[in-house]
Design a protein around this ligand. Structure first.
Ligand SMILES: Nc1ncnc2c1ncn2[C@@H]1O[C@H](COP(=O)(O)OP(=O)(O)OP(=O)(O)O)[C@@H](O)[C@H]1O
Length: 365
């Protein structure tokens, strides 16, 4: 299958060693930064890509677009699949099975334009699989969805990006071996996974001194990564990688940005800066959908929260209401991956992992 037509690009390779481990999936726990606390922003954070000042509403309170998003969602019924006043993304009957396991079974979901929506749920709830489907990195067994009123079903990832919807994906090993500016140039091509990264990169390298480079440099300045321009992406800290992922996603000037665990592996020193940047996306008129286990972040920046459990949407509403919902707490407590492993489970998982490794070794011979 030609590179441009592939639909599934697993990004199993995570980033290299990070100074801070990812935050554990603590069910609905709160941590270092207070719920709902505004994030302090430096004056630099208030500049848009084009230099226009952007008010993301800190530290004085929510910005104008945040207030508008919350007002628009105020009367939305707090039920799974609730219709939104101005949905930018509508998914209908999306099902993805892996053998006998139904990983995603979303009856109906709508994402409000211009709002920050969090997608939460226990480990294995199907959040990442749903992200992969919506962004063309995987194909569903059933279902359809539209973005800005046009069908996106069966549209491959790079075309999804061209339509204005991008997602961040982890910096794979291949991308870690490229410099920061090279990663940014690659971002101009839309979303590509590791397998195609180097091929795409060679193609892009030809016209390097073009407008893409100018935009890349503007974004690097905005995300305070300009000093790292020529460094290998693999040498960045966990938080800087997240910033790079976000900056790279903005290369295609998207209207909707999907962030997969933006806080995982981020040093507390960079937390507020990252939150500020996500709020900036909303203040610039973008829609944000993000998967996150860090409930502080969810509370702090979301206008709306959608909860998945066992593949389905089980609750929706504003952050505080959702987090107090007994059905949500049950869903988390019922998340089988969150339960402590028994010794037997542990031995079983170890044996399965060893068998898989052995299988790979044999296949490689
Ligand atoms: N390629 C695959 N092959 C087989 N099963 C898969 C595959 N991808 C995901 N699954 C299974 O589908 C279910 C949903 O996984 P998914 O990663 O989407 O959950 P998640 O909510 O993103 O979890 P987490 O919060 O831990 O990232 C899990 O049971 C997972 O093991």
């Amino acid at each position: 299958m030609p590179a441009d037509d592939r639909t599934y690009e697993p990004t199993a390779d995570g980033p290299g060693p990070d100074p801070t481990p990812p935050s554990p999936p603590t069910p609905l726990a709160t941590g270092s930064h207070p719920a709902g606390a505004p994030s302090p922003a430096s004056p630099d954070d208030l500049d848009g890509v084009d230099g226009a000042p952007v008010d993301h509403g800190t530290p004085a309170g929510p910005g104008p677009r945040a207030l508008a998003a919350r007002a628009a969602l105020r009367d939305v019924p707090r039920v799974p699949g609730a219709p939104k006043p101005d949905p930018v993304l509508v998914a209908e009957g999306v099902v993805r099975r892996f053998g006998g396991l139904t990983a995603v079974d979303v009856e109906h979901v709508e994402i409000q334009r211009g709002a920050i929506t969090a997608l939460i749920g226990p480990n294995g709830a199907g959040k990442t699989t749903f992200f992969n489907l919506l962004t063309g990195f995987d194909r569903p067994d059933e279902g359809s969805w539209t973005f800005e009123g046009r069908s996106l079903s069966r549209v491959p990832a790079h075309r999804v990006a061209r339509r204005g919807m991008v997602r961040t994906f982890q910096l794979t090993k291949a991308l870690s071996r490229l410099t920061v500016i090279e990663n940014m140039r690659l971002g101009a091509a839309g979303q590509v996974g590791e397998r195609f990264a180097s091929a795409m990169f060679r193609r892009l390298w030809k016209g390097q001194e073009d407008s893409n480079t100018r935009r890349a440099d503007e974004l690097l300045r905005r995300f305070k990564l300009d000093a790292k321009r020529e460094d290998f992406a693999g040498s960045l800290s966990g938080g800087q990688r997240k910033l790079l992922e976000m900056a790279r996603a903005l290369m295609t000037e998207p209207r909707m940005v999907m962030l997969d665990e933006p806080m995982a592996g981020v040093n507390p020193a960079l937390t507020q800066s990252l939150l500020g940047h996500v709020k900036d996306l909303r203040e610039q008129g973008m829609t944000v959908l993000f998967v996150e286990h860090d409930m502080d972040m969810v509370r702090d920046i979301s206008d709306w929260v959608i909860v998945m459990a066992q593949g389905s949407v089980v609750a929706e509403g504003p952050p505080d209401a959702v987090m107090a919902d007994p059905a949500v707490i049950d869903a988390y407590l019922g998340g089988h991956h969150d339960a402590p492993l028994t010794e037997e489970d542990e031995a079983e998982q170890l044996a399965a992992a060893e068998a898989e490794l052995e299988h790979e070794r044999e296949a490689g011979r």
